[in-house]
Design a protein around this ligand. Structure first.
Ligand code: SF4
Length: 361
């Protein structure tokens, strides 16, 4: 075993955090915790993971889980698309593989929603496969070990790091090695104020030796922020106290459930169509909402279309043919709608609507 791996594994044996999915190797738990941990802190993940596997203890339970329960179990973790992908993957395993988990990195890549990183974590931890896991933490550790202050984030830079980590992985305990690298990045070789005096790889670290930790890795180039102006359409059926939500199938909020969204540029045309429907009363809420998603900076208004009498012809059939919003509508009581909305943006929109109602009551 190379010296780096030996030192790292000894350190890991003594210092790793006792996380619930580390108690024994379980493919299902490794998969779920890995997907949960992407973009969410462990402090949030740990209690949610325990609750998730208590309610959905096997891949069969996950495959059979309905959208509402899945959303409840995922609430607080963010990026709900990850939960949908888990559910899709579970269905594939149950239906196509007869409930048997794939047994290698390559096989895991065939599972819908499973990318190279997730596949590498599962394959190395559960099947002792020598495949490198490279996430942001590991890029930082390797950049510092090799004193890389440029060209880390390009695809060639990433594949150089992948190659380096692959060379470091020992034949024995590849899964523990990958976990040790992640643990080192999360707890010792931190983004700011790394704890170099406690680091098992200090002697091997070129950035430490050259006193250039601050610039390794270089800052990630920022994607240009795109401003987006939207109208959220709240179709309010006052007689039944229900609002319309849809499965959005396109745009940057595709595969989410929420209110129909209309680009500001199309709002005049949409209003014209809606105003032609006699049974609708149309008005804008006075407050705006704003929300950021990755590199999108969204600002918007809420357009309420309130049904004032029983519709002879529904808004879906007329309005939707004119400006191509997703259908069908699902009419949901306002008392439970919060649990059906999959994004924080929709929750903000609904909050504005509730505030407005409280004022006019
Ligand atoms: Fe990171 Fe410091 Fe260890 Fe180098 S010595 S790997 S900078 S914690």
């Amino acid at each position: 075993m190379n010296q780096c791996a030996e030192k790292l594994l000894t350190w890991y044996d003594h210092h790793h955090r006792p996380l619930p999915w580390r108690q024994e190797i379980n493919i299902y738990h490794t998969w779920v915790c890995e997907v949960m941990s992407q973009q969410t802190t462990l402090a949030v993940v740990v209690p949610k993971f325990s609750e998730f596997v208590k309610h959905l203890p096997t891949v069969y339970h996950l495959a059979a889980c309905d959208e509402e329960k899945l959303r409840q179990l995922w609430s607080g973790l963010g990026y709900y698309a990850r939960a949908r992908n888990l559910n899709k993957g579970a269905n594939y395993i149950v239906e196509q593989l007869d409930g048997h988990f794939p047994q290698s990195y390559r096989e895991w890549l065939q599972i819908p929603g499973c990318g190279p990183y997730t596949a590498s974590v599962i394959a190395s931890i559960c099947f002792n496969e020598k495949v490198a896991c490279v996430d942001g933490n590991i890029v930082r550790v390797v950049s510092r070990l090799l004193a890389l202050s440029e060209d880390v984030w390009s695809s060639s830079g990433q594949s150089a790091i992948q190659t380096h980590v692959t060379q470091m992985i020992p034949d024995e305990r590849p899964g523990d090695f990958n976990q040790a690298m992640m643990e080192l990045g999360a707890t010792v070789c931190r983004k700011s104020k790394p704890l170099c005096l406690l680091c098992p790889l200090q002697e091997q670290c070129l950035a430490f030796a050259r006193n250039c930790i601050e610039i390794c890795p270089p800052k990630k180039p920022r994607r240009e922020v795109v401003d987006v102006e939207l109208f959220a359409l709240l179709v309010w059926r006052k007689a039944t106290g229900t609002l319309a939500i849809v499965n959005r199938t396109k745009g940057f909020l595709s595969n989410t459930v929420g209110f129909p969204l209309i680009p500001a540029i199309e709002i005049s045309q949409a209003k014209e169509v809606l105003q032609s429907l006699q049974h609708l009363q149309l008005f804008e809420l006075p407050s705006k909402f704003s929300h950021n998603i990755t590199h999108h900076r969204i600002s918007g208004k809420v357009l309420v279309a309130q049904e004032v009498e029983n519709p002879g012809i529904t808004i879906e059939t007329i309005a939707w043919q004119n400006f191509g919003l997703p259908q069908p509508f699902n009419w949901v009581s306002s008392s439970v709608i919060a649990s059906k909305l999959s994004t924080a943006l929709d929750n903000k929109v609904f909050k504005l609507f509730q505030n407005y109602q409280d004022k006019v009551r």
